[in-house]
Ligand binder design. Structure first.
Ligand code: F6P
Length: 373
């Protein structure tokens, strides 16, 4: 009997999702004779039974396209939003899996996809995942699909901003995505020749950033490019929140204490990535005109790079082969160019931060980049 597999994309989209779907689909149907059912808009679609039959031709012409042909959102099995109302759709999802007689479910995406897949695995489904995120923050793979393209886009933006920064003798701060990790900012910052790179893993001293910029100014370089992660945070903020937490623990107890702790967590999250505040402070310190560019969703859109297409094809096809072998409960990733699998238990709810001794950080320092520390 033909094996039938379900596939969905969930969480933020990334360039290369369609290439991964194509690799998976072509190998699964063309080589292993599987039937493939796509779910529209992630777990919301799976809960509602919104299926698309993906036949061979569905996988043609999508290698180079951006976005996801299946649609996506941020819903989780235990929290989907239907007609504006959030509900736990775990039972419907399990039922639809059974009703459609699926042999396995492939979840494609970043941390949201890994967490939800692990959850469904614990509810007895055969699940397997592919790592697709511009953040590159998943453990279990050297690189996630989409990262390379986002780095290219962001590096090109820095290149373009250089000429205008030079002409106007300005500081230009470029804010990049990446959530709580600095992979994207670090790679694009190095590739684009940023003078300062600020990432969440290294809380920065604003004065030191300003000093680095002034030193450049004294050497006649009256412009500076600052690449900053959306999750970067200043040492001042870190210290402030440490003190506030300490005071909270000293002064309060029980429910009141944990309520304040939670509020501090939320406020701290907002304090990270406060690029406007950073710009104002740098302008005050250096007296150089300062401008901001937030790259935002430009980094997620558009055609995937050749490197991402290759990675997506490698991992997508490997995923089909693993399903054929009966391997489930894993994420399919890559280590030094080889396909590896990692149990979802080790990938879900984990974040791969930039290690402080990473060679990229060392390289950046050695070419004179200030990391704000
Ligand atoms: O995880 C990918 C990502 O683009 C992050 O870099 C960013 O913080 C987040 O998604 C934005 O999420 P949303 O698409 O829900 O606005």
């Amino acid at each position: 009997m033909k094996k039938r597999i379900g596939v969905l994309t969930t969480g933020g989209d990334s360039p290369g999702i369609n290439a991964a779907l194509r690799g998976l689909g072509k190998a699964a149907s063309g080589v292993y004779g599987m039937e493939i059912i796509g779910f529209q808009d992630g777990f919301t679609g799976m809960a509602q039974g919104l299926t698309v039959e993906l036949e061979g031709s569905a996988f043609s012409g999508i290698l180079t396209t951006g976005g996801t042909i299946l649609g996506t959102n941020r819903d989780r099995p235990d929290r989907v939003i239907i007609d504006g109302v959030a509900k736990d759709a775990t039972d419907q999802i399990l039922e639809n899996y059974k009703k459609l007689k699926l042999h396995a479910l492939v979840c494609i995406g970043g941390s949201d996809a890994q967490n939800s897949a692990y959850y469904l695995m614990q509810h007895g489904l055969n699940v397997i995942t592919l790592p697709v995120t511009i953040d590159n923050d998943l453990t279990g793979t050297d690189t996630s699909i989409g990262f390379d393209t986002a780095v290219e886009v962001a590096a090109e933006a820095i290149d373009r901003l250089h000429s205008t920064a030079i002409s106007h003798h300005r500081i230009i701060i470029v804010e990049m995505m990446g959530r709580e990790t600095g992979w994207l900012t670090l790679a694009a910052g190095i590739a684009g020749g940023a003078d300062v790179i600020l990432i969440p893993e290294i809380p920065y001293h604003t004065e030191k950033v300003a000093e680095a910029i002034l030193q450049r100014s004294h050497k006649g370089k009256r412009f500076s490019l600052v690449a900053v992660s959306e999750g970067a945070i200043s040492q001042e903020s870190v210290r402030f929140f440490e003190k506030a937490r300490l005071a909270n623990r000293r002064l309060r107890q029980g429910e009141e204490q944990s309520e304040i702790e939670q509020r501090l967590d939320t406020i701290e999250k907002h304090a990270a990535g406060d690029t406007l505040h950073l710009a104002n402070r740098l302008e005050d310190f250096t007296k150089l005109e300062t401008r901001i560019t937030i790259l935002g969703y430009l980094q997620r859109g558009g055609t995937p790079s050749a490197t991402d297409r290759v990675l997506a094809t490698q991992l997508g096809t490997a995923c089909a082969a693993l399903i054929q072998e009966g391997v489930f409960g894993v994420m399919v990733g890559t280590r030094s160019g080889t396909v590896v699998t990692t149990p979802l238990a080790e990938v879900a709810n984990q974040t791969k931060a930039v290690p402080l001794d990473h060679a990229w950080l060392q390289g950046a320092r050695l070419v004179g980049v200030s990391l704000g520390d």
